[in-house]
Write a protein that binds this ligand. Structure first.
Ligand SMILES: Nc1nc2c(ncn2[C@@H]2O[C@H](COP(=O)(O)OP(=O)(O)O)[C@@H](O)[C@H]2O)c(=O)[nH]1
Ligand SMILES: Nc1ncnc2c1ncn2[C@@H]1O[C@H](COP(=O)(O)OP(=O)(O)O)[C@@H](O)[C@H]1O
Length: 198
């Protein structure tokens, strides 16, 4: 049997990716490991360098990309984001299923690599709900919020492309969405449990 596949989570900003991932990483500690991306955006209150992201300057990030240290990188809402080879290797070295949280550009880039992950899209029930959740989160300026809402519209259009994702989860009730996520990942979770027993 082939080993477990990495998991790429994507979807509009505010759809609930982090919320669902945090639940998953907590319940399945020792099964999943998070690929810590690099970003040039500033940390939000409560976020930790090296845990949520590696926070770097644009010059540092550009230098690392030029050095070939990244699997993919993208510009999102005025900041750079990217997955380093080291971030994925750190998780895989621990025999964990590597979970990545990336935007649509990241999905397109990763599809051109040999990572062969499962692609999971998290979508909000509607644009109105998305806007309310983003506003209630209180992490964004009005300008950043508008950029995210614009990117969300584009994301939701592209996401309609058939065959792009292995699973599409509408995050209405969070507990229901989480159960659907676990169902989508059940086979990979089983593979890890079997190989840990061997
Ligand atoms: N391509 C790419 N996108 C990323 C990466 N890390 C995070 N993102 C995406 O960048 C976007 C903004 O993330 P963030 O600033 O944390 O805001 P949030 O999604 O509103 O919580 C989201 O769509 C993330 O999925 C990465 O390494 N590569
Ligand atoms: N099903 C849900 N119902 C209500 N609020 C939610 C739900 N899922 C997430 N949220 C809230 O919506 C906001 C955006 O979720 P978050 O996980 O930060 O999204 P993302 O990581 O996709 O940007 C957060 O404040 C979160 O607590």
């Amino acid at each position: 049997m082939a080993g477990p596949r990495p998991v790429v989570m994507t979807g509009p900003s505010g759809a609930g990716k982090s919320t669902l991932l945090k639940k998953l990483l907590k319940e399945f500690d020792g099964v999943f490991g998070f690929s810590v991306s690099h970003t040039t955006r500033k940390p939000r209150p409560g976020e930790e360098n090296g845990k949520d992201y590696h926070y770097v300057t644009r010059a540092e990030m550009q230098k690392s990309i030029a050095n070939g240290e990244f699997i993919e990188s993208a510009e999102f809402s005025g900041n750079m984001y990217g997955t380093s080879k080291a971030a994925v290797q750190a998780v895989q070295a621990r025999n964990l299923i590597c979970v990545l949280d990336v935007d649509m550009q990241g999905v397109k880039s990763i599809k051109r690599t040999d990572l062969n992950p499962l692609y999971v899209s998290v979508q909000p029930p509607s644009m109105d709900v998305l806007e309310k959740r983003l506003r209630d989160r209180k992490t964004e300026s009005e300008e950043s919020l508008q950029k995210r809402l614009h990117a969300a519209k584009v994301d939701m259009e592209i996401s309609k492309e058939p065959g792009l994702f292995d699973a599409v989860i509408i995050n209405d009730e969070v507990d229901v969405a989480y159960e659907i996520l676990k169902d989508a990942l059940l086979l990979e979770i089983q593979k890890v449990k079997v190989s840990n027993k061997a």
